[in-house]
Ligand binder design. Structure first.
Ligand code: NAD
Length: 350
């Protein structure tokens, strides 16, 4: 018997996601995601919030990230394995789901490796909209792996960044990033040191992958007035900024209890003052207050951002048709006769 529609769960595969992104346009998707994120940051208080559930190992971490706005529940499964690229695997892969809170029935299942890169870039630029110096044109990007092009395009589309200064310890990554962004409206310089990369940059994005307390930026590299978009320090024992930079900055975070465990601020005292981004977006606390202020978005990635991204994706399904229905939920004629349904199928196939 064909299951009723409610038991068929729309599934967005990697192939579907690539079609959606290329059909709508990557920059358009980033702009729409930024709008969806901004809406959800404005209603931040009504969401369920918990630090993500992380299972650490010597090689990386596997995390579950749940939240709910009371009507819809969402979660993401994501990993972080910095050594994966040496064996031809990605550092970060992900998938996620939305469900109906009233029935608990899934509403959509999706790949989220591509969607995570898009939502991370959209979140970064949303923060920068409130925190970066007005009229910023130049961004240094240290770490030129999977996330990097998405970051660059989001900053161009929403903030008007047209000059990029790239640095990666692996020249191939920097060349790959420059080649992927060629013809997309950037003036790109590949630098041979991180010190050169940050020269003249109003925004510094650190998006490296290394499972250690790394020091990608030292205090002397960062002048007054700069905005730092710190993406890669997102696990206990995994950071990118020297503590001295943190001590002279205004630090903005997603969800403080999670960032205290995972973010750059794991290097600071547990009561070191930070501001949650939603408070700035709602207008409760000012973002950038002047041209000399050093601001840091200490990004670790929070469940509500994935929820916003999945919410946006779900709104694109009927329009694009890029999904397939999965026969994922059992559908017995009598909802209490699951056993009978299984046995009747044996008779049908016998
Ligand atoms: N904050 C968030 O929401 C969020 C979301 C996704 C990924 N991340 C993090 O962002 C980081 C990058 O992710 P990715 O998918 O692009 O990884 P990736 O492995 O594809 O790329 C990382 C790049 O960093 C470079 N790198 C490593 N150490 C470096 C150093 N000391 N100096 C300069 N470059 C260096 C590597 O050579 C590589 O090219 C990871 O740490 C990941 O966990 C954070």
């Amino acid at each position: 018997m064909t299951p009723q529609a409610v038991n068929l769960v729309p599934f967005v595969s990697v192939d579907h996601m690539m079609k959606i992104v290329t059909e709508i346009g990557v920059e358009e998707v980033l702009a729409h995601l930024c709008d969806y994120l901004e809406e959800d940051f404005k209603r931040w208080e009504l969401f369920d919030k918990t630090p993500r559930v992380a299972s650490h190992s010597v090689s990386g971490v596997i995390e579950l990230m749940p939240t709910s706005d009371g009507d819809v529940y969402g979660f993401k499964y994501v990993n972080g394995h910095p050594q994966n690229t040496t064996v031809g695997l990605q550092t970060v892969t992900a998938f996620g789901m939305l469900s109906d809170v009233t029935t608990g029935y899934p509403l959509m299942l999706s790949e989220m490796t591509i969607l995570t890169a898009l939502r991370t870039a959209a979140t970064s630029v949303l923060a920068a909209k409130y925190l970066a110096p007005t009229g910023s044109k130049t961004m240094a990007m240290i770490g030129n792996g999977s996330q990097s092009e998405f970051q660059a395009l989001a900053f161009k589309k929403i903030l008007g960044i047209t000059s990029l200064r790239l640095y990666d310890i692996d020249d191939n990554a920097a060349r790959k990033c420059a080649a992927n962004l060629a013809g997309r409206g950037f003036d790109i310089v590949i630098c041979d040191s991180k010190e050169k990369a940050v020269e003249g940059a109003e925004i510094i994005t650190t998006v490296t992958a290394d499972k250690q307390l790394a020091t990608i930026l030292t205090d002397n590299m960062v002048g007054a007035g700069v905005h730092i978009n710190a993406i890669g320090g997102d696990c206990p024992g995994k950071t990118e900024l020297h503590k001295d930079i943190l001590m002279r900055s205004d630090i903005f975070v997603e969800y403080t209890p999670q960032t205290r465990i995972e973010g750059e601020i794991q290097q600071l005292a547990h009561d070191h003052p930070v501001v949650e981004l939603w408070q700035v977006i709602k207008g409760d606390i000012p973002g950038r207050r002047g041209s000399q202020q050093l601001t840091i978005f200490d990004s670790v990635g929070f469940a509500i951002e994935d929820f916003s991204a999945l919410r946006y994706l779900r709104d694109q399904l009927d329009r694009t048709g890029h999904f397939e229905n999965l026969d994922m939920l059992a559908d017995p004629d009598d909802p209490r006769d699951l056993f009978g349904m299984v046995m009747r199928s044996v008779q049908t196939f016998a």
